[in-house]
Design a protein around this ligand. Sequence first.
Ligand SMILES: *Cc1c(COP(=O)(O)O)cnc(C)c1O
Length: 376
Amino acid sequence: MVPGIHRPASVNVNLDAIKENIRNEKKNLKDGQKLFAVVKANAYGHGAVRVAKAALEVGVAGFCVAILDEALQLRRADIVKPILVLGVVSPEYAPIAAANDISLTIPNLEWLKEAEKYLEKEHLQLKVHIGIDSGMGRIGFNEDEDLIEASNYLKDNPNFFVEGMFAHFASADSADDTYFKHQVEKFNHMKSLLTVKPKWIHVDNTAASVFGKDVKSDIVRFGIGIYGLNPSSNPASSDLNSQVKLTPALSFVSELTHVKTIHKGDGVSYGSTFVADKDTIIGTVPVGYADGWIRKFQGFKVKVGNSYCPIVGRICMDQFMVELPEKMPIGTKVTIISDNPNDPNNIKAAADYVDTIHYEVACLLDDRLPRKYFEK
Ligand SMILES: *Cc1c(COP(=O)(O)O)cnc(C)c1O
């Protein structure tokens, strides 16, 4: 969607917080460990290029993204550090990745053989990370024989440089580490089968690192922590404590565009799910589900001026309404999501309200909301 630069609504990103979170995590790294900043999905909605540049200011060894286009976006922004695409890229695009010095994940044997054909044709060498499915059940090798075959295939193969091998944890954010340990065991077993020697072997995500899991990983793929959010994200459980201080970077703000009093019997929004039982002051905010502020947020309290006010009536595509305690001027600031974790409208609380995780709330915020950056 086209960014709404003439509308008072934006996602504000505190680059100082981003840098501070990375600095704090760097102090938490184990000996020799490197930090790769995960900036997939437009840096979890925060803006990939600006976040990546802020990360470079404090020093990171590389970046992870999910799709090839996200890697190309960083290259086009003159970022030269290593970039790993964590998802599956169609083998036909292996030459594009190689030509741009972008590392790809090998998800399976078929991929490897297919990619080789395309690389051979163009006489290009691709940097690869062998994906291991140690229990995430998503992509990567999960059978010994396949991994051994791939490993032998890669050995002395001029089309590939084996830069890494990695797996992903399904439950590093959980207090119960039974499955985590099972994954570590399986990974270590798979590792022992290799006949090639990857430069970096890595398993840590934010959770494994900030909850101090005892596991060897040459790289920490640091995602949600960059944005200052605790990865312990099960809405039903309370947060595990991060040993790294994390400061949220994102807030979502707008303004009142319309204020009025409605009277007993007057409804608000589609289906009149709210009907006034007395004179009621209603404010309108120019943001809706098309911005990623989904209908399930009906009833959630956002901050208007100094008051927390419930969203009343259904959230529309482009606007929603709030019940105000008193008449407030048009232009009054509305903080839909606060970057202060102590505020009741912090992103974790918002996510809990709609039964999801803060990762999803941040990613939902559409490009129609311009990203505004500030730092000291
Ligand atoms: C997204 C992702 C990460 C980052 O996870 P966080 O919980 O945000 O730290 C790391 N590794 C892989 C494979 C991922 O897909």
